[in-house]
Design a protein around this ligand. Structure first.
Ligand SMILES: *Cc1c(COP(=O)(O)O)cnc(C)c1O
Length: 344
């Protein structure tokens, strides 16, 4: 049966596990992970720890939980963590750090390139006083809205953190995309933080799961927090097998997602009324002039192209569900849209 071509650019979370990944899941050796009995979970955690150059790793159900666990593992209740105002862990995790962990977010503005200014971080550190919540942690996000944090920037954050006895957590949901753009190993990026969380369920194409990496000591704490949050799992090898498959097979292909995002950006920028930011990874943002907003919304509806954002500011994400055929047909549809706009 021939399926209709899916042109779904909403997110790299919409990918579905391929047959070989499902096969790996079906054949996974499993056991009760509460008893450390699941060999596939252990294999995934060892593999991830090695890959990131850290002592240990922990499989979690989601990136949201992984970030919360990291905050809980670095900070006590009544302490504070520095976080960017656009970061996922501040903006899109329902305030879990404050609500569940009792850790106050100390919010710093993200710059246009996604970084937090070192001066702003310094300014947000309270003096030691009976009045202030002690700041313990800096949280950075990489990639952030598809943008990659430069390595020399991360080095300077690490230096600042060392001067003030702060830990660093990196929300690296899309860290493999960052590494692909930088042309470096993920362990290089991870060397600038104490803990790093990455998603198996985004560009890597697994159906579920995130991994938190760090020192053996912090991951041991994290394991207890995961349990408390209800993230302990039994025969989780089924999930781990998908994650292992993803890390072993779906990393090198990310470069082609980036190339397709660049091609898509070029096609979009030829449509009058659209202003496209050149993508650094697999995600691009596009501002739509008021004069073409309703026309473009109609176009998307008619063609079945799905994106996220709103009629003024769109987000397009490429992923393993968008192959050359899907991209070519999208580019062709956009060229038709270009003609319609040119004619009016
Ligand atoms: C998706 C995402 C998360 C959360 O991951 P879930 O698995 O959806 O909970 C955290 N941070 C960033 C940057 C993300 O993109």
């Amino acid at each position: 049966m021939k399926q209709k071509l899916e042109l779904d650019f909403r997110s790299d979370t919409v990918t579905k596990p391929c047959l070989r990944m499902r096969d790996a899941m079906a054949k996974a050796e499993v056991g009760d992970d509460y008893y450390h009995d699941d060999p596939t979970v252990q294999e995934l955690e060892c593999f991830a720890a090695d890959l990131f150059g850290k002592e240990a790793a922990l499989l979690t159900p989601s990136g949201t939980q992984s970030n919360l666990i990291a905050v809980m593992s670095h900070c006590q209740r009544g302490e504070a963590y520095i976080v960017g105002h656009l970061s996922h862990s501040y903006l899109r995790e329902l305030g879990g750090a404050a609500m569940i962990a009792g850790v106050q977010p100390q919010v710093v503005q993200n710059q246009g390139d996604g970084t937090l200014k070192l001066e702003d971080i310094k300014a947000s550190l309270f003096p030691a006083s009976i009045l202030f919540a002690p700041v313990r942690l800096i949280a950075v996000e990489n990639t952030i809205d598809g943008k990659v944090l430069p390595l020399d920037y991360l080095r300077s954050v690490l230096q600042l953190a060392a001067e003030h006895d702060l830990r660093i957590h990196m929300d690296g949901a899309r860290i493999f995309n960052a590494a692909a753009t930088l042309g470096c190993l993920v362990s290089k990026i991870a060397s600038y933080c104490d803990t790093l969380s990455f998603c198996l369920s985004k560009g890597l194409g697994a159906p579920i799961g995130s991994v938190l990496v760090g020192s053996a000591e912090v991951i041991e704490k994290a394991r207890r927090h995961r349990q408390m949050l209800g993230g302990g799992m039994r025969q989780a090898g089924i999930i781990a097998a998908a994650g292992l498959y993803a890390m072993q097979n779906n990393v090198s292909r990310l470069k082609s997602d980036h190339a397709r995002a660049a091609e898509l950006a070029a096609a979009l920028s030829r449509v009058p009324g659209l202003t496209v930011e050149a993508p650094q990874t697999n995600m691009l943002f596009c501002d739509v002039d008021a004069s073409v907003q309703s026309k473009f919304s109609g176009f998307l509806k008619e063609t079945g192209i799905r994106i996220s954002g709103n009629s003024k500011r769109q987000r397009w994400v490429t992923h393993l569900g968008i192959d050359d055929t899907a991209l070519a047909s999208t580019v062709k549809l956009l060229a038709q849209m270009q003609d319609v706009c040119d004619a009016s």
